[in-house]
Write a protein that binds this ligand. Sequence first.
Ligand code: 13P
Ligand code: SF4
Length: 350
Amino acid sequence: MLDLTTIRNELEVAYDLSPNPDLAEQMGDIYGRIEASVTPFDFAKFAPYIAAINALKSERNAVILAHNYMTPEIYHGVADVVGDSLQLAVEATRVQADVIVQCGVHFMAETSKVLNPAKTVLIPDMEAGCSLAESITPAGIAEMRARYPGAPVVSYVNTTAEVKAASDICCTSSNAAQIVAGLPNDTVIMTPDKYLAQNVAKQVPHKRIVWWDGACIVHEQYTAQDLREFRSWNPGTRIIAHPECPPEVIAEADFSGSTAGIIDYVAKEQPAKAMLVTECSMASNIAEANPAVDFVGPCNMCPYMKKITLEKILWTLHTMQTPVEVDASVAEGARNAVQRMIDLSRKLAA
Ligand code: 13P
Ligand code: SF4
């Protein structure tokens, strides 16, 4: 586990990280994008970290790939590329810089390493896990194969490299239905997210989808009753849900899509009121780009994503800790499963 006191002591020696309102003032362009969710007082605290991280990125020839669930000061302050899991995986294959700092969870950093093994891939906190990735091992994949002989295994990218290597192909929330529909088999095994699988089963009714019993701790908390009540108290709210939510929640929603799908939908539709049934940072990150949209309703925080902070990003770039390594034989199998997904999604989109 990272010792924050040690990290702070190390950083204090090398940088002046005291709150700096003058520096914050000079970063008006960044603040303009996050002022709806970050107070000037907090931004004065973030500004020295943002300046130090952006300077170190050039020094180390590093790029920051950040998931849409990162906090606004990371998303708008230091990220070079932001996106959903599929976009980040595709971007990882294109990185020319020597170092990738993955601001997201561990399976995302592993995916970047697997797709671009010559790069140093750093994750600011190794303990940024995922309830889905933790729910299944290669033994679970073998169990499903034994139960459904001959059926291909489609594993969500929210899995370890070992699980990917034991699977036939990966999927993300933005291409799961197309991948499953694009396979020639009548029975398809989906792991580890039972809700994503059940939502895909509705979209691909001519196939038999069987699933592993995993769930995302952020999205499984929403209930259809919550959504119905919220809509009755706030008529006219457009409800937009991530496909990791249970099917009865998706049935109550006006739209369901990956985090990038949600961003595109809001940008295009411009609903007067929108409830994003997903992780909390999403609404904060897109508020400035959509000033006509009032983001309403409760949201749930992902404790794993929230392990990534400006302080840990600076520490990671300063110390070049902690690199993500994937055993070569596992990496090859995982790369094949992810690459098959990228190739099949491109083919189906063409
Ligand atoms: P997407 O960004 O691919 O929709 O995934 C959401 C998620 O839960 C990542 O952990
Ligand atoms: Fe995993 Fe859910 Fe957190 Fe995404 S939001 S990292 S699926 S626990």
